[in-house]
Design a protein around this ligand. Structure first.
Ligand code: NCD
Length: 315
């Protein structure tokens, strides 16, 4: 009933059926109005541009309506209301809840008390399943396959929830190379590393982007960049441990671009903090604004499945 993690997508067919449906919506062959008379509540306690707006637009394109609740000084959170009570309240009004929260696990807590389906729109350094589905859709549109790919994931692999969710989807497929590039302080959590190992993926790890691209750049299908998630590091100890990282954080400079294959898909969930220069946007390998657009179609598919009485991943 809820959409909390991509680990609940258990087959390639479940995933790819979302892509086929998104293709139909995009070419206008299907005009869905399944959300007519329904209200989606978008609840959030941290910034969101793409996720929030694409969910809103998706809901409106399906004929539905949206309300937004920001858990800040304008909500009862400031009066000490618990997340659970807020969600119990909102679920009396709305037909589904999209929740973005700064704490990992908060969306799970919300789902436990909600009377209506809850969609995880990013929970702290946990997961961001709808972003991962749109990322996978972007890869699939580009290569028409999701297996036998060589993928490089770059940056804050410790706290990038989009990477965590994407790894569950990549692990559904066989014969991939996964090249991880991060400082050791931002290494991929064990849980995800083990997931990759269990699924017999070839995994490499490097600290420098240019070094990794010299080794693997010419065989690379996907280069997935992420920003440094500095808002996840709190407390004096963590802050000082991370302080040295930002100035040397990864950038796709001219040297790195030169090491890439001619048809590598360069991806980023956005927002970017200088990881990819604006000048690269015109390059045919830049697909991050395709990701943005694909997000609207994927969210339409997910909401349509929900409001048509199917589970999120039904065909
Ligand atoms: C990502 C997120 O919120 O996790 N953004 C997004 O939803 N497109 C990535 C990020 O904030 O770095």
């Amino acid at each position: 009933m809820h959409l909390l993690s991509t680990r609940h997508i258990s087959s390639t067919w479940q995933l790819e059926s979302l892509f086929y449906k998104a293709e139909k919506l995009r070419d206008g062959k299907e005009q869905k109005q399944s959300a007519r008379g329904r209200v989606l509540a978008v609840v959030k306690d941290e910034g969101s541009t793409r996720t929030r707006v694409s969910f809103e637009v998706a809901m409106k394109r399906l004929g539905g309506d949206v309300v937004l609740l920001e858990l800040d000084k304008n909500s009862s959170a400031v009066k000490g209301e618990t997340l659970e009570d807020t969600i119990k309240t909102i679920s009396q009004y709305a037909d589904a809840i999209v929740l973005r929260h700064s704490r990992k696990g908060a969306v799970q807590r919300a789902a436990e008390v909600s009377a209506v389906p809850v969609i995880n729109a990013g929970d702290g350094d946990g997961e961001h399943p709808t972003q991962a589905i749109l990322d996978a859709y972007t890869i699939w549109r580009r290569f028409r396959r999701m297996d036998d790919l060589s993928v490089m994931l770059v940056g804050d692999l410790k706290s990038s929830r989009t990477v965590h969710s994407l790894l569950h989807l990549l692990a559904l497929y066989k014969n991939k190379d996964i090249h991880l590039v991060s400082p050791k302080e931002l290494y991929l959590p064990d849980e995800y590393h083990n997931l990759l190992r269990r699924n017999c993926v070839n995994i490499t790890h490097d600290y420098e982007l240019d070094v990794a691209l010299e080794k693997y750049g010419k065989g690379l299908d996907v280069l997935y960049m992420t920003r440094f998630q500095k808002e996840r590091y709190e407390g004096v100890h963590e802050m000082s441990r991370m302080a040295g990282i930002e100035p040397t954080y990864y950038k796709l400079d001219a040297k790195c671009v030169g090491l890439l294959r001619g048809d590598t898909a360069v991806m980023h969930p956005l927002p970017r903090n200088g990881e990819i220069p604006v000048e690269f946007d015109k390059d045919s390998r830049a697909v991050y604004f395709d990701q943005v657009k694909n997000g609207m179609y994927i969210r339409m598919v997910l909401l349509d499945n929900l409001f048509s009485g199917n589970s999120f991943f039904a065909v």
